[in-house]
Design a protein around this ligand. Sequence first.
Ligand code: B12
Length: 207
Amino acid sequence: MNDLSLALKDLDEKRVYELVEKELAAGARAIDIIESCNAGMVAVGELFASGAYFISELIFSAEILKEVMKRIETLLQAAPSGAGKGKIVIGTVKGDIHDIGKNIAATLLRGSGFEIIDLGVDVGAEKFVEALEKSGAKVLGMSALLNFAYPEMKKVVDAVIAAGLRDKVRIIIGGAPVNEQVREFSGADYAAADAVAGVEFCKNVYG
Ligand code: B12
């Protein structure tokens, strides 16, 4: 963890913004700033799980991160080359309202020239399928941070199969705890370690 990660872990709001400004002035990439923040957020999550932080601290950490995102968002969007690369349906699955990572992935994909159909949070299988049918998107991106949301990811994949779309749509999953095991369980095609890996996957799908 670097100074920025530690400041976020300690919920030292002022210092977080100072360090972000300092990194931006030094020419740091937005994606590196996100990764530092990510490490801090994982630490916040651990403190919450151990009982040292309460839900109020979890909410506060999210507010700080959202403010950081506002400051670096334009940098993530500044990649207009290859606009019109293809459509991607994205959302956080039913039962889960975590959306900061999903929004980062959506912003980065948009910045890479993809058209994003963002369904928001707490999205059920039918809504995902409906959006795929309507848009003709070749990629479906699902986000989840809660363990108990994994069966929901599987439900969405099953609904895509039932709608006869599985051979037309590549399915990618993301969110801090998502891994190869979750991918296998859900039936998705790819588990993205981070938003950048997600962008690479989508670029490959759309050639
Ligand atoms: C902030 C936070 C919250 C905020 C969320 C605010 C918001 N608008 O999102 C609030 C306070 C609302 C919240 C609520 C809860 N939370 Co919470 N929360 C977190 C915390 C600290 C950080 C999450 C975060 O934003 N990380 C930063 C982002 C940038 O990281 P990320 O999401 O992983 O995204 C990156 C990649 O994964 C990727 N990515 C993400 N999605 C996608 C999708 C695609 C398609 C792609 C390609 C890539 C991609 O891109 C990002 C950049 O690389 C985590 C801790 C952790 N370990 O993550 C706990 C954590 C996820 N929460 C947890 C819990 C338990 C809860 C609550 C149940 C608490 C409660 N008792 O009420 C509720 C659940 C509410 C619900 N129904 O969803 C647990 C989950 C445990 C588990 N594994 O099941 C965690 C792990 C904390 C812990 N260790 O206990 N939480």
